[in-house]
Design a binder for this molecule. Sequence first.
Ligand SMILES: Cc1ncc(COP(=O)(O)O)c(C=O)c1O
Length: 306
Amino acid sequence: MLLQPITAPEATRRHIRLLLLRDDLAHPELPGNKWRKLKYNLKAARQAGHDTLLTFGGAFSNHIAAVAAAGRLQGLRTIGLIRGEETQPLNPTLARAAANGMQLRYLDRTTYRRKHDPDFLAELLRETGPAYVIPEGGSNTLALPGCAELVSELTTETAFDYLCVACGTGGTLAGLLTGLAGQHQVVGIAALKGGEFLRTDINALTQAATGRTYPNYDLRTDYHLGGYAHFSPELLRFIQEFETQYGVLLDPIYTGKLLYGIFDLLRHDYFAPHSTVVAVHTGGLQGWTGFRQRFGSRSAWWPAGS
Ligand SMILES: Cc1ncc(COP(=O)(O)O)c(C=O)c1O
């Protein structure tokens, strides 16, 4: 586990040790929270005798990319239900998923919203044949123990006071909470607009996994910077500066907002002086190829003057 010190003046002025946990380097195809969330799901799929995984995601989804790679690596068939219309040529995320053997099917946005509906799932499985269903983002009860393992690994490396992570569905944060078992403070930065509902989802996940909810987290819903896939110039400038300063590329959906939020919180004296803050780099970098293709080369869409 690599813990990279980020010696930002925003942190050092209050004697705060800011560490970036480079979980993005954990695996080339299943980085960050991806392997952690899939690990026990893959085990359960095998134990139940399944040879096929079926899951859901958007066209640039890190989770779709990870399930396709996991399927190839573990010799399982994979089916990806993709939100929206098919576009050809496939974007790099879907092209890679298809090359990894994933069968891609497309659901219009209205149908996609039924992704949790048991009747709809039963109907789907009648069409595809039996499969182990993993929800969007891989966030189910079995995603939590894998994420909890990050805490035990981290605890052997360093003492810390805050653990900060980006939230999409909240499964990773829920897993960290179960691993911490009420110790320390977790800060979640919601990547999407209107992320207040995540509190209910996070509490439901920890309740289902461990029979309790945990109060030791603060979900910040004010750092979405315009919304889920809204790449604001402010965010892009921050990502560029962070890479220049610390040599680490962040992604514009999750980890860019995470570090942007942490820096803002540091400026507002949110963290106690002399504390250790660990930010988890959960990966997500596979999306860059597609984002660049969509928005032009970096220099073309990087904010002017930066
Ligand atoms: C790179 C990255 N970071 C963070 C998250 C957020 O994880 P979660 O959906 O478990 O909240 C995701 C989404 O799965 C992701 O792809």
